[in-house]
Structures are given as C-alpha cells and as structure tokens.
Design a protein around this ligand. Structure first.
Ligand code: E4P
Length: 231
C-alpha cells in the first residue's frame, strides 16, 4: 500500500520525504488555503520534494467546462500531477473527457459504493472514499472501503482505491488489511505510525546495557584517530 501525506505544507512533506516511505501527496482547497501562497508555485515546490511521487491537486470549478480548463492547466504544470475532481455529475462528465485525453483523475468526496462504481467505469485513476467523514456521522467508513474494493475486484476495475480522510493509525492499518492501494493521512497520523512505547523502552534498555559494558565492548566504528594511528 502506498502512503500519501494529506497536506500542502512543504515542511511536513519535506520531513516525511526524508524518511524514505512517502509515495505522494494529496491536497485540497482547504489545505492549500492554509499555506497562504500562490498555488502554482506551492504545487511545483511539492512536486520537487516528492520526486517521483504523485501530487494530487483539486479543481475548484463546479461546471464541466471549468473543471476541464483547470484540470488541463494543472496537469500541464508537472508530469506527476493527478487532478482531483469532485464526485458530481459535472465531475463525472469531466472525468470521462479527461481520461480519454490521458489526464489522470482522482475522484474525490466519494461516500458510497455506487459513486465509486460510476467513476471506475468513467476511467478514474484514483477514487477517494472519505472514511473519517463517514465515521464522523456515525457511519462505517471501513465498510464503505470494503464494498468499493469488493466491487472493483469483482469487475477487474483498474481504478486505484485511495483511502482518504483517515483520522488515526488504526484507520491506516485497517485500510492496509483490506487491500486499499493507497492511504492518505495528515502528518500527525503519519508520525503516529512510527510510535510504540515498547520500542522506546526497549531501546533505552539496550543502550543503557551497552553503555555499562562499553569499556569491554569497545567501539563498533573505530574512531578516525585510532584508525590512523594503526596504519
Ligand atoms: C483527501 O484527498 C482529502 O484531502 C482528505 O483526506 C480529507 O480529509 P478530512 O476529512 O480530514 O478533511
């Protein structure tokens, strides 16, 4: 499963990319607005940071023609851009045209298996079910993800399922167990994936024991001065 960061903040993206496990980024208009800088410049900087990873940027028009104009424009900025289009009638119409043109589209704001079925038929590259927002209104986000994956597998749809709106590490783990192709998450959740108190406690114990026996154990890497003296 690929891991995307759900943010437009370049510092967060830089930190995650440095750890070597980042496959891409999702942005949306709300996340972009928080950064308070020209959008194109921001997106290009994100593309540079993620290297070969994909960067998802969202249209803001609500009519098909406007969506097509914005999608074509953003797709021309960088080869790694995937354009997010909302799950509306106008959005699906735009998707059908864009997929024919070879523009990769991520259909966003997906909340039902029937929506996911339609966008796979229309050629979506990614589909983004918003699991956390379903849970927020007492629904079952994981059940939605499971249904979409079942439909896609039954019909060999090539659309990749991007589990979105993840709120905590277990959302990521459950999405991985179900076989989601991608999980996108806020930086905070990404960081939480690393953490375990037993790792911290275990490491502390190992280092203390090593330190106490250092005089006997010696150094793993011989200090430069000692190496030179030996030559
Ligand atoms: C996905 O691409 C969306 O940007 C995102 O996951 C929405 O998450 P939220 O429900 O936490 O805003």
């Amino acid at each position: 499963m690929k891991i995307f960061l759900d943010t437009a903040n370049v510092e967060e993206i830089r930190q995650a990319a440095a750890l070597g496990v980042l496959d891409g980024v999702t942005t949306n208009p709300t996340l972009a607005a928080r950064e308070k800088r020209p959008f194109r410049e921001l997106v290009l900087e994100i593309c540079e940071i993620v290297g070969n990873g994909v960067v998802n940027t969202e249209v803001v028009s609500t009519d098909t023609e406007g969506m097509l104009r914005e999608a074509r424009e953003m797709a021309s900025w960088h080869p790694n851009i995937v354009v997010k289009v909302p799950m509306t009638r106008a959005g699906v119409q735009a998707l059908a045209v864009l997929s024919q043109e070879g523009v990769r589209v991520n259909i966003t704001l997906v909340f039902s298996p029937s929506q996911a079925l339609l966008v796979a038929k229309a050629g979506a590259y990614f589909v983004s079910p918003f699991l956390g927002r379903v849970d927020d209104i007492s629904g079952d986000g994981m059940a939605l993800l499971r249904d979409i994956l079942t439909i896609y597998r039954a019909h060999n749809f090539r659309t990749q399922v991007l589990a979105a709106s993840l709120r905590h590490p277990m959302h990521v783990v459950e999405a991985a167990k179900l076989g989601a192709h991608i999980a996108t998450m806020p930086f905070k959740v990404f960081e939480q994936l690393f953490a375990h108190p037993l790792t911290d406690r275990g490491l502390e114990g190992f280092l203390k024991d090593w330190e106490n026996a250092r005089a006997v154990l010696g150094e793993i890497v011989e200090p430069e001065a000692a190496r030179k003296a030996r030559r």
